[in-house]
Every structure is written in C-alpha cells, then in structure tokens.
Design a binder for this molecule. Structure first.
Ligand code: TYM
Length: 357
C-alpha cells in the first residue's frame, strides 16, 4: 500500500512565494517521487469563512488550479480537486464536530487572530484566551465571528482524515491545525474503541517546516498582510518589491546580530539561492561589507528563476477552461471514491447506519 499525501490551499487570491515554498513546491516534489498516492485540492469551503465575493471566489479557484498545474502538478499522477466537489466532506465535518470542543477551537492561534479581525479589534500576539472569549461572547455590535471560522480546524481535519492521509505537506503556520487533526483522530479512535483514523504528519524532506517572511520587516508573508511576492508578478514589479524590502543602516561591528528585517532577507536568500551565495553574503555581513542593494538584486533574480516559468505557464493554462474542467471533474471522481468509503465506515462506527435500507 502506498502512503497517502494530501494538502490544500485556500483560493483567497493569487498564490504567493510563501504558499509556494511552504506548500506547493513540496507537493510537486512529493508527486515526482512517484511513491505516494497524492491528493491536492483547493479549499474553497475554507475560503468561505472570510466571506469572499462569490464572483471573486469563482475566478480564484480557476486561477489556483492553473497555478497548481503550471507549477508541475500532473492530473495523471495526482488527484487534483476542489473541496466543495466532495459532498462527503461536509457530512463528515458535521459528524466529527460532535467530538470537538468549543474551548479547544477558541484557543487556536489562527482563530484568535481571525476572530479579532472580524470584530475589528487590534490583533495582539500575546493575547489571553479568556480575553478573546469575553470579546466574542460579550460583543453586542452587529459584527460577529461566524461559527464556520470557529470550526475551521474540524473541516481541515476532515479533509485529511477522509482520505486517510499519512503526510500533509504544509508550512509552519498550519502545524497547530495538524496537531488538532491528530488529537481528533486519537479521540475518535479511543471513544469508539476502534483503530480507524491515522495520525498524519507534516512532511519537509528532512528539513524544518518553512515560514517565509514578508518584505515589510516582520512577520510572515501573507495575503492579508499586503507584503507578498506573487508567483504571477511580472519581472519588473517583482524586482521593485524586493528592492523596497525593509532593511537597516547596516552593521557597524563585525559579527553583529542581525535585526529582524535583515534576518528575514537572509531567510529568503537561504530559501531561493545557492549555499555559496548564502556564504558570500553572510561573510559580507559579518565583515561589515554588505551592500543590501546587491543582496536584494540576487534574491530578486533567484526568485524570478523559480516564479517566471510558473507565471508564463499559468497564463497559457488559465484560459483553457475545458482542460481545467476536465482535470477537476476527474479529480472529484477520484477523491470521492475513498471519501464515500470513509463516510460509510464512520456512519457505521457512530451508529447511524440505517437498518431500514
Ligand atoms: P493557506 O491557504 O493559508 O496556505 C496554503 C499553504 O501555504 C502555506 N503558507 C506558508 N508557508 C510558509 N510561509 C508562509 N509565509 C506561508 N503562507 C502560507 C501554508 O502553511 C499552507 O500549507 N488551512 C489551510 C488550507 C487547508 C488544508 C487542508 C491544508 C484546508 N484543508 C487540509 C492541508 C490539509 C490554509 O489555510 O492554508
């Protein structure tokens, strides 16, 4: 039996370098190894938690399938599908929610951040769980945190568990959700006294999970932070973004510790450039001879080596609606096969198999 790989990305906009280095690049490499049964999908139901414009959601789904294919995912080697094409997922989500606690969902870091954004409260990272709970329960304005956002981790766990995935290649920011998935799987197994769900793991080819920083000096690259390099950025625009990345006045003493914005540029360099370039610029920094302009130029060119071919292929594929539709139709059929089996098993385990049929 081949090990099963599964991962997804929300269609909330064009894919950025964080999505690529944290996730999509691993999808393609894992597919190419040829030893896994792989499933890659577009998490459109998850995107609904932030209430996107329907027309935009529709076009984002199409764009991301094109980006998946342009980056190297191959429908003959991987199952590529859209989450909402698998109706077994929302049904299992309802069933699994019966074993998930609201407290544990409210303590999830992503929930706390997004809930506060929905309420229009400034996000602080050292927030107290009780404060967040009070803000949500006590909020009497017409702003609300939707229940779908709270149960986001259940839906993600279902995506994974319904296909019995062994490996879930994701960036560092999704590890807490993966930990919850393992917890839900263990809880289900122990509650019903079965050995049914597996406990999935992240996959990093022996390295560490990746967190791609933004260009604004702090935090991660993210669509809502406005600090992204997109895979489809044109050469000129991309170079301009990198050249504008925040730095500092430069080191004044040998081996001076790096400020966060500079550390972030080196993180990017390590992710996209060769080890000898990393060594060259690290030495230049340590000897106080670094020129940030040169460093940024190298980073921009090395990013373009990765993104420009994907950008060009995306343009070709994106308008071939018939091809995209064929890929997704085939993917949905394949994804539903195991999903239907899992759902039937779980209904049986939970005691809702109808005896009148
Ligand atoms: P999403 O859409 O936020 O991000 C998709 C993938 O990109 C990774 N990522 C990053 N990695 C490194 N550095 C960054 N700056 C960065 N920004 C994003 C994310 O870690 C992720 O791997 N909940 C998921 C989607 C999802 C899912 C699933 C994933 C739904 N169901 C089941 C795996 C399995 C999400 O919101 O990803």
């Amino acid at each position: 039996m081949k090990k099963i790989v599964l991962s997804g990305i929300r269609p909330t906009g064009q894919l950025h370098l964080g999505n690529y280095l944290g996730a999509l690049q691993k999808f393609v490499r894992m597919q190419q190894e040829g030893i896994y049964d792989s499933f890659f999908f577009i998490a459109d139901l998850h995107a609904l938690t932030t209430q996107p414009d329907p027309a935009l959601l529709h076009s984002n789904v199409r764009h991301i399938v094109a980006e998946y294919l342009a980056a190297g995912l191959d429908p003959d080697k991987s199952t590529i599908f859209v989450q909402s094409d698998v109706p077994e997922i929302p049904e299992l989500y309802l069933l699994l929610n019966m074993h998930v606690g609201i407290g544990e969902l409210m303590r999830t870091a992503a929930f706390k951040d997004k809930a506060r954004k929905q309420l229009g409260i400034t996000v602080s990272h050292d927030d107290d769980d009780n404060d967040v709970a009070r803000e949500i329960i006590g909020n009497e304005s017409n702003k609300r945190v939707n229940a779908g956002l709270l149960t986001y981790p259940t839906l993600m766990a279902v995506d994974i568990l319904i296909q019995h995935a062994d490996f879930v290649p994701v960036g560092k920011d999704q590890e807490q959700h993966l930990e919850l998935t393992r917890r839900f799987a263990r809880r289900f197994n122990s509650f019903y006294g079965v050995d049914y769900f597996k406990e999935p793991q992240n996959f990093n080819f022996g390295g560490k999970p990746v967190k791609v920083p933004g260009l604004d000096g702090s935090g991660k690259m993210g669509k809502s932070e406005g600090n992204c390099i997109y895979l489809v950025d044109e050469d000129k625009a991309l170079r301009k973004k990198v050249m504008r990345a925040v730095t500092d006045a430069g080191p004044t003493e040998p081996n001076q510790p790096m400020a966060e914005p500079v550390e972030n540029l080196f993180t990017l360099l390590r992710l996209v450039s060769t080890p000898d370039k990393v060594e060259f610029f690290t030495n230049a920094y340590n000897n106080c001879e670094i020129r940030y302009g040169d460093l940024k130029k190298e980073i921009a060119e090395d990013i373009l080596k990765i993104t420009a071919p994907i950008r060009e292929r995306t343009k070709e594929i994106e308008n071939d609606e018939q091809y995209l539709a064929r890929v997704l139709k085939q993917g949905a059929e394949q994804a539903r096969e195991r999903a239907a089996k899992t759902l039937a098993d779980v209904r049986g385990i939970m005691g809702i198999t109808p005896f009148w049929k």
